[in-house]
Design a protein around this ligand. Structure first.
Ligand code: HEM
Length: 252
């Protein structure tokens, strides 16, 4: 589908369809609402939440920093590279690493490090799985998705054939129309020009209902992108898409 076709479809400047024939008038619906406060700035708080959440278990893990030095020719300078953070204890004895024919028992300058770093063995289970979390679930207030609301459950619901849009056909949605849909049981948002019914997804959102509701009834592109631009919203919400965001019709 060409970009010019999409543009003409959204803005209604042409009646030509993708195959060059005349468009069917019923194929799209433009809805706009009068007597609605057009000031869309109230509640438009685009301050991104902490990510990971302030209480996320990811924050309680150890921080790891690594530096690799390179010589002028761009090659990695192995002499200055940090040693691996640890080797299994059976390798700590350098005798085990003796290679017949080598004059020294040590294979490299790194071997001397390996015995002293057994406590931070890189092949050990990560601390998060061997130590209980330091914060209780209540303190962390991590968003707990209800059973049956995992990402996989969402994928299953999307492919179940259930109607997640709530509209019979794709709509051209003006900001004033969008603004009418900002309650949890009837929530729409626009991201990157596409309008989605987010009500079915609310309970599946890993960041929680409250955060997702911040974009209900308005263009959420900015907040979404500043929170987690890597999330593929087009894929996550494809079955919830209800149309395109269009400007208010001009009064002249
Ligand atoms: C509108 C469509 C949205 C979709 C499809 C969506 C989807 C997702 C997904 C898939 C994750 C997990 C990401 C990961 O683990 O890397 C996530 C996490 C998160 N989302 Fe969203 N999100 C949306 C909107 C928002 C908005 C508007 C906010 C905030 C205002 C938000 C706040 C968060 C937060 C805080 C997390 C992290 C939760 C944690 O640390 O465990 N999301 N979202």
């Amino acid at each position: 589908m060409s970009v010019s076709f999409l543009r003409s479809w959204i803005y209604g400047s042409s009646d030509t369809t993708i195959d060059g024939t005349t468009a069917t008038p019923q194929s799209t619906v433009t809805l706009s609402v009068t007597n609605v406060d057009n000031d869309n700035n109230d509640n438009d708080d685009d301050t991104p939440p902490a990510f990971p959440s302030l209480n996320s278990i990811q924050r309680s893990g150890p921080s790891i920093s690594m530096s690799v030095s390179r010589s002028g020719n761009g090659r990695v300078n192995k002499e200055l590279m940090p040693p691996p953070s640890g080797l299994p204890s059976r390798f700590n004895n350098t005798q085990d690493l003796t290679v017949p024919g080598l004059s020294s028992n040590k294979l490299s300058p790194f071997d001397s490090h390996s015995s002293s770093s057994s406590s931070s063995n890189s092949l050990q289970l990560p601390p998060s799985t061997i130590k209980p979390p330091t914060l209780t679930p209540k303190q962390r207030q991590k968003v707990a998705l209800a059973p049956g609301h995992s990402t996989l459950d969402w994928a299953a619901l999307k492919t179940s054939g259930k109607d997640l849009r709530g509209v019979p056909t794709l709509l051209r949605v003006t900001p004033s129309l969008l603004k009418l849909h900002r309650k949890p049981d009837d929530a729409w948002t626009a991201i990157n020009g596409k309008v989605y019914n987010i009500t079915p997804y609310l309970d599946f959102h890993p960041g929680g209902v409250k955060e997702l509701m911040r974009v209900a009834g308005r263009d959420g592109t900015k907040l979404f992108a500043s929170t987690h631009a890597w999330v593929n919203v087009e894929m996550m919400l494809d079955e919830c898409m209800i149309g395109f965001l269009v400007p208010e019709p001009s009064l002249s």
